[in-house]
Design a protein around this ligand. Structure first.
Ligand SMILES: [Zn+2]
Length: 249
């Protein structure tokens, strides 16, 4: 039985001379690993639509022990990403983060929507990369069951305090009065602007998610808090993140 779906290619491996095994973040079948015969051959009709970072309309069927892509038509290739090596590296990190965070064969429409929107803004270059990176990490994790508690200080329930400390190890806040030495050492110090942005990313409606701006140095605080939270949950330093760091300003 064949199924039609749409998805973003988040991982691409070449097998043999010309075949490809891809991992696809699909709209309705979760993360799917599938085989595309002869797709590495540029003349094959599946070639363009099974490349990394391509969003494609796919025809998939279940073979004896794996999924097989019988047709792939590119719908969005995010061409502009190829002009900026840092943007491309960050896009690859988004793909690896999705690969590591999203369970197989579940409903993944929301995570896909986040990644596609982030790639769109990344390709256009209209938002700072640091902001898109923090937004993508934090919102993805929040969507996937790792919602940090950013409502108030975990001890005294203060909503605002300058500074607040975000504790990546448990996703909690502690205000400057309640924070112990250990919290100050291991937490991320947040100015009021950085905390407001973090709350926006985690709690806002999707329609408003990308509509904020944050100046330095608060943007760097936000970036540190979300990256450390992501690494805490991933338990690993993704290679693509290491690679992106070598280009990022
Ligand atoms: Zn407190």
């Amino acid at each position: 039985m064949t199924t039609k779906t749409k998805g973003l290619i988040i991982r691409e491996q070449v097998v043999g001379e010309s075949d490809r095994i891809v991992t696809v973040l699909t709209r309705d079948m979760g993360v799917l690993r599938a085989f595309a015969r002869r797709a590495k051959n540029p003349k094959d009709s599946k070639s363009a639509g099974t490349q990394l970072l391509c969003y494609s309309a796919l025809t998939v069927y279940r073979g004896r022990d794996k999924y097989i892509i019988s047709d792939a038509r590119p719908e969005e290739v995010f061409f502009e990403l190829r002009r900026d090596v840092a943007a491309l590296a960050l896009a690859q990190y988004f793909c690896e983060a999705a690969y590591l965070m999203i369970p197989a064969e579940t409903d993944s429409e929301t995570p896909l929507r986040i990644i596609l929107n982030s790639l769109h803004f990344l390709a256009k270059g209209t938002r700072p990369q640091k902001q898109l990176k923090a937004l993508t990490e934090l919102r993805l994790l929040s969507t996937l069951g790792y919602l940090p508690d950013l409502v108030a200080c975990a001890d005294c329930a203060a909503y605002e305090h300058d500074p607040m400390y975000f504790l990546p190890e448990n996703g909690l806040l502690r205000c400057g009065d309640c924070a112990g030495e250990e919290d100050v050492r291991r937490g991320v110090r947040l100015s009021p602007g950085a905390l407001t942005a973090m709350r926006h990313i985690v709690y806002s409606d999707f329609e408003k998610l990308y509509a904020f701006s944050l100046p330095e140095p608060a943007l760097s605080e936000l970036a540190e808090a979300s990256e450390r939270y992501a690494l805490q949950i991933l338990h690993t330093l993704p290679k693509t993140l290491e690679f992106y760091r070598s280009f990022a300003e």
